[in-house]
Design a protein around this ligand. Structure first.
Ligand code: HEM
Length: 348
């Protein structure tokens, strides 16, 4: 590596690392796994862009062509689909790791960058969902946009922005494609900012009074990061060989499936809205969002970050744990326990 390249890397990446940060149980490598998924998404996404056309007359056929006749097209699409879904799960796990170790302490700005990154990842997933223009994606986006309509004050405007008008149609597809691609520079920039901030904050949060000699990042940290990246890539590749990214029949605006379900990461909100539009669609999401944004200021516990489930943060860990479990339960109910007309069904 040249001197100039090394100097640039040194701004983004730590030059030394504590033994604490290298222990697998400190981070479980979740941040690097997120980064690896992002890399997979950029590379596979670029290839998909070469063949995809955002026109409702041909989009569906283009996806079928990529999936079935293009050399390695199926594998690339599978990888893109799996990495996109894995990124949502890994980012939430990474956020949970940061929360349960209280590592937002002294890292308030980076916590907020992280939340922005999560919102962007969800939005990139949402815009990508519509691109195959099949029955499930068409109706999922319709339901998803209606859910956004419940947002206080500006809900209807958000819905119109997402759909590019009042109804889902060619404008929605074009807009989804443009925004899906347009998010890439923003995601890159924010990820760079997030990593630079980790370095600026003095590396990972660590228990107070920890007196361990630092090790050089090269080779210790680089090796650990390469191992996580290789593991993530291997798992994604293996899964892509066995699981095909779904493609159903072409979108039919006149025949909604019953039930029409939102994408899995928003189905918990759909389940909540089915109980009460006001409580489920407005109050609970806003309270949870505010809780995440404000927790670094509200948490006045004495312990420093970097300790899993520290005693004096027990009430915070419990509150976040309950929120997380509730969201998982709602997603599971929405996915497997709801049938025609949103009636309960036995999933077994
Ligand atoms: C694309 C998504 C993301 C990527 C690529 C990413 C990457 C990383 C990496 C590589 C680290 C350093 C080591 C590690 O924890 O593995 C890190 C730390 C951190 N991340 Fe993320 N992150 C992402 C999303 C998030 C989210 C959603 C949050 C929370 C809202 C967040 C908050 C933080 C904080 C506060 C730290 C510093 C933790 C500490 O000092 O222990 N990140 N991130």
């Amino acid at each position: 590596m040249s001197r100039a390249q090394r100097n640039f890397l040194d701004h983004l990446h730590s030059v030394s690392v504590s033994r604490h940060a290298l222990r697998p149980t400190t981070t479980w490598g979740l941040g690097i796994a997120c980064l690896s998924c992002l890399a997979i998404l950029f590379i596979t996404g670029f290839t998909l862009f070469l063949y995809y056309v955002p026109d409702q007359e041909v989009a569906y056929e283009r996806i079928l062509h990529i999936q079935t006749t293009l050399h390695f097209g199926g594998l690339i699409r599978n990888l893109h689909f799996l990495a996109a879904n894995a990124l949502v799960i890994l980012a939430v796990l990474h956020l949970s790791r940061v929360f349960f170790t209280g590592s937002y302490k002294g890292r308030i700005l980076n916590w907020q960058y992280g939340l922005l990154l999560l919102a962007l990842i969800l939005y990139a997933n949402f815009t990508g969902y519509l691109l195959p223009w099949d029955q499930i994606s068409y109706w999922a986006i319709k339901v998803g946009a209606s859910l956004a309509g419940y947002f206080p004050l500006i809900g209807p405007e958000i819905k119109t922005f997402l759909l590019g008008g009042e109804q889902i149609g060619s404008e929605t597809l074009l807009r989804s494609f443009a925004l899906h691609a347009g998010l890439i520079p923003l995601l890159l920039f924010l990820t760079g900012l997030h990593l630079w901030r980790v370095r600026k904050d003095g590396g990972l949060a660590a228990p107070e009074g920890l007196k361990e000699a630092k090790l050089p990042a090269d080779p210790w940290l680089f090796r650990a990061e390469a191992a996580v990246a290789l593991l993530t890539l291997s798992v994604m590749l293996l899964l892509s060989c066995y699981f095909d990214a779904p493609i159903y029949e072409r979108a039919d605006p006149f025949h909604p499936p019953n039930p029409a379900k939102a994408p899995w990461y928003f189905i918990g909100f759909q389940e909540l809205v089915s109980y009460s539009a006001l409580i489920g669609g407005v109050v609970i999401p806003v309270v949870c969002g505010l809780f995440l944004v404000l927790c670094p200021w509200l948490d006045r516990s004495k312990s420093c970050g970097g300790i899993w489930f520290s005693r004096d943060r027990l009430k915070w860990s419990l509150t976040f744990g309950i929120m997380l479990l509730a969201q998982l339960l709602l997603i599971a109910i929405g996915l497997w326990c709801r049938g025609k007309n949103w009636q309960w069904i036995n999933p077994f």
